[in-house]
Every structure is written in structure tokens, then in C-alpha cells.
Ligand binder design. Structure first.
Ligand code: AR6
Length: 181
């Protein structure tokens, strides 16, 4: 039997894909939301459009979400049963805890997924669009945090985590990290 070091084993539970998060047939997708949780542009807007008005109604009951935290709702008209809403940091030059806050977004989303027995989860590239986080730095945090957190959850709880890249640049950056991680 070959025993892989833990980061190799966890890496095998991560898959990089190019596509639209709202089309993912997974148990939960993660939304890169804002503190109001009431929708916005980018992936947030796409999720609200695809899920329908009931998602907004449920979000209105949640009392918002602080940066780094995560909250769960149903997926309504989405193929995904749940949406985990997390709020990434706005890039302000790197001296305002952005890295720690981005890390806790991924960690809290994974924790919430595990608590809800979610086996398949899909993330967008949190904070790298409207919030301006530099792509390479954000990608490194995504890979590091996801592999580290998956180590704590057996793969019958979180079997597969998809990293969904919407644009070619993000996809290429994620693939480069995947190869060399
Ligand atoms: N599927 C997957 N990824 C997508 C999709 C999609 N359908 N649409 C965009 N992306 P952003 P942020 C990618 O701006 O930087 C909103 O207004 C996009 O190409 O959606 O965390 C919120 O309400 C990029 O790679 O999220 C907040 O106010 C990534 O998703 C703010 O934007 C993240 O870009 C959050 O900004």
C-alpha cells in the first residue's frame, strides 16, 4: 500500500474546473457575497438570478454576514441543494488582515459544509473579482486552506471540492497551482 503524505491525499479530493458555478451539480456551492447578503454583481448576482427570488427572501432573514464568516441557505432553483454565503475581504494593499480573512472564508465554508453533511462542494475564486484580491496570492490561500481543512474531515463527509474558474486567466492560474502544489 502506498501511503501518500497528507497534502497529496487531500489534493486528490480537489478538482479544478472551468465553468459556471450556478450550473454545478453538487450539494452546495459557495457564494462570494457582500455583508448585506442581499445580492450584487459577479458570481453573487449570477447565483441570485439562477436561484430565484426565494433565495433573496431567505437571505433577508439572516441579518447579514461579517467578512470571513459563512451562512447557509437552500439553493432553490439551483441544481445545488444549498448555498454557503461567505464574505471575502476587499483588497486594500495587503496590510489589513486580508490574507487571514480570506483564509477563514474558506475554512468557515468548509466547516459549515461538514456540519451539514455536505459531500460535494464548489467554490468560486473568492475576492478575486470586484474585491480586487491579487489572483496568485488568493489562489495560494485557497489551495493551502482547503487542503489543510480537508485533512480534518474524512472523505465520506467531504468527498470532493470543486474549484470553479469562470475565466481563462483564473483557470490557468489554478491549474498551475494544482500541478505544482
Ligand atoms: N461562476 C463562477 N465564477 C464566477 C461566476 C460564475 N457564474 N461569475 C463570476 N465569477 P466576484 P468578489 C468569478 O466579483 O471578488 C459582488 O457584487 C469571477 O470571474 O463575483 O468576492 C458581491 O455582492 C471571479 O473570478 O466576487 C460583492 O459585493 C470570482 O468569481 C463582491 O462582488 C469572484 O468575483 C464580491 O467580490
Amino acid at each position: 500500500m502506498i501511503v501518500l503524505p497528507f497534502n497529496r491525499r487531500e489534493k486528490n479530493r480537489i478538482q479544478v474546473v472551468k465553468g459556471d458555478l450556478t450550473k454545478m451539480k453538487v450539494e452546495a456551492i459557495v457564494n462570494a457575497a457582500n455583508p448585506s447578503l442581499l445580492g450584487g454583481s459577479g458570481v453573487d448576482g449570477a447565483i441570485h438570478r439562477a436561484a430565484g427570488e426565494e433565495l433573496l427572501r431567505e437571505c433577508q432573514t439572516l441579518g447579514g454576514c461579517k467578512t470571513g464568516q459563512a451562512k447557509i441557505t437552500k439553493g432553490y432553483l439551483l441544481p445545488a441543494k444549498y448555498v454557503i454565503h461567505t464574505v471575502g475581504p476587499i483588497w486594500q494593499g495587503g496590510q489589513n488582515n486580508e490574507a487571514e480573512l480570506l483564509e477563514v472564508c474558506y475554512a468557515n465554508s468548509i466547516k459549515l459544509a461538514a456540519e451539514n453533511n455536505i459531500k460535494t462542494l464548489a467554490f468560486p475564486a473568492i475576492s478575486t473579482g470586484a474585491y480586487g484580491y491579487p489572483l496568485k496570492e488568493a489562489t495560494a490561500i485557497a489551495f493551502k486552506t482547503i487542503t489543510n481543512r480537508l485533512f480534518f474531515y474524512p472523505d465520506d463527509i467531504l468527498q470532493k471540492v470543486y474549484l470553479v474558474c469562470f475565466d481563462r486567466l483564473t483557470y490557468q492560474c489554478y491549474l498551475d497551482f494544482w500541478k505544482y502544489y
